[in-house]
Design a binder for this molecule. Structure first.
Ligand SMILES: Cc1cc2nc3c(=O)[nH]c(=O)nc-3n(C[C@H](O)[C@H](O)[C@H](O)COP(=O)(O)O)c2cc1C
Length: 389
């Protein structure tokens, strides 16, 4: 699991969004993290101590005097791999800026030596107030990381910026703080999803790719420091935090988008399941039912991976994927050579649209690494760390 053996300290403050901290705690736990909570006395007006205690199985410290020895704010500051304050109130953000220590959370924050992940949640006017803006900008200059609030309808009935960021986005920024940065300064292009080859406006030929692996690779490339562009065929997935997404539909669209971005990127990760064939004709009108069974004639799509292998510069790293029904190693080796790849990740077809992934990584110098069975996010991280660390 992605957060296995990692310790996450969640700081909760007095916001109407405090209840979402429970979801955040569960999210980290489901991904394997050990979680503790410190909640301000105001936060406990919104969500009871017992809820956090039951979720984490740990004492929840709140007052500056809390803890067995009175020194827990110092001990707890040494404990986590990452300290995430979510939701962060305007009041706590102001206190962090000036270094006030009037409760357990703020005392701990002052003794905490690493960057804090701060996810503000408040009324739009409070968020846009120059005082809050200035406090945030000073904290950013000190190296703390903010997960910008989302826009939408707020509890006060107003519309605007101030909603607590998505839980997954908060987790991604937390991940960014705990991982090494081998992709810092590198532009990374990732392709994902299964292309759709339409033969009328609503009907198409496609494949079973869910896009999960490509999106996980984009998320991990960001968390490892990369500047990521994700070229995505249609999926139901949310764009990973910090990633620029370009939507395409067909193999030809993907071909054009990849060629457009090719000159400016350092790493190309071609994970999309691109259709080899497309219908020869396209009807602008929806095809009507007919007595005769319709015949869809196919023609071959351009081979994007092969084209990139031929066009790429020496200093660009090209990573391809091979999904094979059998003879995984031989077929992957052959594809690596034929398409002039630097690395190929091979897996059998049974990982399509599944939660878990396993396979092999083959390098052009002959090195081979086995990917043990694990969830797709952990596998994406394993693959990128095996290549870039
Ligand atoms: C119903 C209610 C909802 C509130 N929601 C927020 C909020 O979303 N964000 C915020 O910054 N303050 C909010 N406040 C104000 C804070 O709770 C208040 O500033 C408090 O002092 C924060 O304390 P803390 O930062 O120590 O947790 C709310 C207050 C009330 C009564």
């Amino acid at each position: 699991m992605l957060w296995k053996d990692k310790k996450v300290l969640v700081g909760v403050t007095g916001s109407i969004a405090s209840y979402k901290a429970c979801e955040l705690i569960r999210h980290f736990q489901k991904k394997g993290a050990e979680v503790r909570v410190t909640a301000t006395p105001s936060a406990l007006e919104f969500v009871g101590k017992l809820t956090f205690k039951a979720l984490t199985g740990e004492e929840v410290l709140s007052d500056w005097r809390d803890g067995k020895t009175g020194l827990e704010h110092i001990f707890w500051a040494r404990w986590p791999d990452v300290f995430v304050i979510a939701p962060a109130s305007a009041n706590t953000i102001a206190k962090l800026r000036i270094g006030l220590t009037d409760n357990f959370l703020t005392s701990l924050a002052l003794a905490y030596e690493k960057p804090i992940v701060i996810a503000p949640a408040m009324n739009t006017k409070m968020y846009k107030n120059p005082a809050t803006k200035e406090n945030i900008s000073v904290l950013k200059e000190r190296g703390h990381l903010f997960v910008e609030p989302a826009e939408g309808e707020l509890a006060c009935g107003e519309e605007g910026e101030g909603k607590l960021a998505n839980i997954e986005d908060i987790e991604t920024v937390a991940l960014y703080t705990v991982l090494p940065k081998p992709l810092k300064g590198k532009k990374v292009l990732v392709t994902a999803g299964g292309t759709r080859e339409h033969f009328d406006p609503i009907r198409y030929i496609s494949n079973a790719s869910s896009g999960q692996m490509g999106y996980a690779l984009a998320k991990m490339a960001y968390a490892l420091g990369g500047d990521v562009i994700l070229i995505s065929a249609p999926t139901c997935l949310k764009t990973p935090y910090g990633v620029k997404r370009i939507d395409v539909v067909s193999a030809i669209d993907m071909y054009e988008a990849v060629l457009k971005y090719l000159p400016e990127v350092d790493v190309i990760i071609m994970n999309a399941a691109v259709a080899d064939f497309r219908p020869k004709t396209f009807s602008k009108e929806k095809l009507k039912k007919a007595k005769e069974s319709p015949v869809v004639e196919l023609e071959t799509n351009p081979d994007i991976l092969k084209t990139i292998g031929e066009k790429k510069r020496e200093d660009q790293i090209l990573i391809g994927f091979a999904a094979e029904s059998s003879n995984l190693i031989e077929n992957a080796k052959d594809k690596l050579k034929r398409k002039k790849l630097d690395v190929i990740v091979g897996n059998l077809l049974d990982v399509f649209s599944k939660e878990t992934h396993k396979g092999i990584i083959l390098f052009k110098d002959g090195k081979m690494v086995e990917i043990p069975p694990m969830d797709k996010e952990s596998s994406a991280l394993f693959i990128l760390e095996s290549i870039f660390l």
